[in-house]
Ligand binder design. Structure first.
Ligand code: AMP
Ligand code: ZN
Length: 476
C-alpha cells in the first residue's frame, strides 16, 4: 500500500492517510439536493470525490463510497431561513404540495444526476441513500440528542443547542463571531444562539412526515449524520464536500454526531474549491445556470470538462470561461488522437509511473499528473507500446476514458469523407511546413478549421477529421 497524503480541513494540514481498518477506506460524499439539475460547479465536487476514490483504489485500498441524495429538508439559506428547496421546486413545476409529488420531482433530478455522473465517467458510489428513505434514522438520532440534553424546542421546531458542544466550529477553525446574531442572517429571536440549527422543522402547511415533535421535516444536517452512520459507522475515514459546507453544514454534522455518540464523526475532511462565474455565484437558475447539457449544446464533450477540472488541483478556485473550455475541448481531442496513434502492448514505464503516483499521492495533484502524462506522450525515447500501456494505467486514476473515447472519436475518422478542396489545402499546408514557412502553414490550418476540419499532428503523421458542428461554430 503506497503512502498517500491529503490536506485535512480538520487539522489544517497535509497528513498521511491512516485508515481505521488497514486496507479499507470508508468515504462519505455530501450529495446533491435534487430540486433541479446539477450545475457544472456542483459536478466538480463529484469529479473530485471520484478522483479521490480512484487514487485510493490505485494505491491498493478497498473503498466503500457513500453519496447521499438530499430530497427533503434543505432550506434555501444555511441559516435555517427560507423555503425548503424541494417545496420551491414543487411550486416552480406547478406540482401539488404533497410528499408523493416531492418524491416524483426528486426521482427526475436524481436520474438526471446519475446520467451526469456517467457522462463524466464517475464510478457509481456503492450506496446512494435518499434522505426521504431515512426519516426513522433521523428521528432516532434526534431522540438521542434530546436525551443527552442538547436539543430544545421553540415554536417552529427542535433545535440543536450549540452552547452544549464546546468544540463547535472546530472544522476549518471558523470564526464564530462572524456568525453571531445579526451578523449574516435575520435574527430568529426564539433561538438561544444564532448558530443553533434545526434538527426537526415543523410544517406550517400539513406537508411533512410524522414525528414525536409533530409533522414536519428533518434538518438537512441531521440527514447526513444519520445516513453516514448507517452505511459507514462512526467514525469513518473521509468526509467530503464543497468548501461552502465547512462553516455550517459540516460543523453542524460534527456537533450532532459527536454529541450523540461521543466519538469523532470522520477522521479526514476534504473540501473542493468552487468553479466561479467571475464575480457572480454559479446558480441553479438564471443565466449562470450552466449544466452539462449546456456544455454539450456548445459542442463540449463532458469528458473534456472532466479534463478541464483535472487541469487544476481540487483546492484551487476556478473561474469559468468559455474560451478556456473550448481550448480544453481541443486539448482533450488531441490527447485522444495522441493515444490513437500508439499501438501495441508494452510495459508501464517505471520512471513515469513513479512520477505520476508521487504527484497523485501528494494530495491529488492532478494538474501535475496531466503534465506527466503529456511529458510521457512527447518523450521520443519511449516505445509506442510502452506509452500506450502507461497511459491506460494512468487513466485508471484520471478517468478520462481514453481507450473507449479515442476509438469512438478517432476511429470514425474516414479520410474518404474529406472533400477534394480540403485535401488540396492539406497538401499546400504540408508543402509550407516542409519549406519551414510556418506562418503560411498556420494560415492554412486556420483556413481548414474554418471549413470544419481539424488537422492533428500525431506521431503517425498529420491526420484530418471533421469537427462536430457545434464546436466549429464556437471555437473558430
Ligand atoms: P447542492 O446540490 O447545492 O447541495 O451542492 C452539491 C455539491 O456541490 C456540494 O458539495 C457543494 O459544496 C458543491 N458546490 C456547490 N456550488 C459549487 C461550485 N460553484 N463549485 C464547486 N462546488 C460547488
Ligand atoms: Zn451533507
Amino acid at each position: 500500500m503506497s503512502k498517500v497524503t491529503f490536506y485535512n480541513t480538520l487539522t489544517g494540514k497535509k497528513e498521511e492517510f491512516k485508515p481505521i481498518t488497514p486496507g479499507v477506506a470508508l468515504m462519505y460524499n455530501c450529495g446533491p439536493t435534487v430540486y433541479n439539475s446539477a450545475h457544472i460547479g456542483n459536478l466538480r465536487a463529484y469529479v473530485f470525490a471520484d478522483v479521490l476514490r480512484r487514487t485510493l483504489e490505485y494505491s491498493g485500498y478497498k473503498v466503500k463510497q457513500v453519496m447521499n441524495i438530499t430530497d427533503v429538508g434543505h432550506l434555501t439559506s444555511d441559516g435555517d431561513e427560507g423555503d425548503d428547496k424541494m417545496v420551491k421546486a414543487l411550486k416552480r413545476l406547478g406540482k401539488p404540495m404533497t410528499l408523493p409529488a416531492m418524491r416524483e420531482v426528486a426521482d427526475i433530478y436524481t436520474e438526471a444526476f446519475k446520467k451526469d455522473l456517467q457522462a463524466l465517467n464517475i464510478l457509481a458510489p456503492h450506496e446512494m441513500p435518499r434522505a426521504s428513505d431515512h426519516i426513522n434514522e433521523d428521528i432516532e438520532l434526534i431522540k438521542t440528542l434530546e436525551e443527552k440534553g442538547v436539543a430544545y424546542r421553540i415554536s417552529d421546531g427542535l433545535y440543536f443547542d450549540t452552547a452544549k458542544f464546546p468544540d463547535y466550529g472546530k472544522l476549518g477553525n471558523i470564526n464564530l463571531t462572524g456568525q453571531q446574531a445579526g451578523a449574516r442572517v435575520e435574527v430568529k429571536s426564539e433561538k438561544k444562539n444564532q448558530k443553533d440549527f434545526t434538527l426537526w422543522k415543523l410544517s406550517s402547511n400539513e406537508l411533512g412526515f410524522e414525528s414525536p415533535w409533530g409533522k414536519g421535516f428533518p434538518g438537512w444536517h441531521i440527514e447526513c449524520s444519520a445516513m453516514s452512520r448507517k452505511y459507514l459507522g462512526q467514525p469513518f475515514d473521509i468526509h467530503t464536500g464543497g468548501i461552502d459546507h465547512i462553516p455550517v453544514h459540516h460543523n453542524n454534522e460534527i456537533a450532532q454526531s459527536e454529541s450523540a455518540y461521543g466519538v469523532p464523526l470522520a477522521n479526514f475532511w476534504m473540501h473542493n474549491e468552487f468553479v466561479n462565474m467571475g464575480e457572480a455565484k454559479m446558480a441553479k437558475s438564471g443565466e449562470d445556470f450552466i449544466t452539462l447539457q449546456t456544455l454539450k449544446d456548445h459542442g463540449i464533450d463532458p469528458l473534456a470538462y472532466r479534463y478541464y477540472l483535472l487541469c487544476a488541483n481540487y483546492q484551487t478556485p476556478m473561474t469559468f470561461s468559455w474560451e478556456a473550455l473550448f481550448a480544453t475541448n481541443v486539448a482533450y481531442r488531441n490527447l485522444l488522437w495522441a493515444f490513437w496513434s500508439l499501438s501495441g502492448d508494452g510495459n508501464t514505464h517505471t520512471e513515469y509511473a513513479e512520477k505520476f503516483e508521487k504527484v497523485m499521492n501528494d494530495n491529488l495533484n492532478t494538474s501535475e499528473a496531466v503534465a506527466v502524462l503529456w511529458e510521457l506522450i512527447k518523450d521520443s525515447k519511449i516505445s509506442k507500446a510502452d506509452k500506450r500501456t502507461s497511459i491506460i494505467h494512468f487513466d485508471k486514476i484520471l478517468g478520462l476514458d481514453i481507450v473507449e473515447q479515442s476509438s469512438t472519436h478517432c476511429g470514425n475518422m474516414v479520410s474518404s469523407d474529406v472533400p477534394e478542396k480540403i485535401l488540396k489545402l492539406i497538401e499546400e499546408r504540408e508543402n509550407a511546413r516542409e519549406a519551414k514557412n510556418y506562418k503560411e502553414s498556420d494560415r492554412l490550418r486556420d483556413l481548414i478549421q474554418s471549413e470544419g476540419y481539424e488537422i492533428l499532428d500525431t506521431e503517425a503523421g498529420a491526420t484530418i477529421r471533421k469537427i462536430p458542428r457545434a464546436s466549429v461554430r464556437k471555437i473558430f
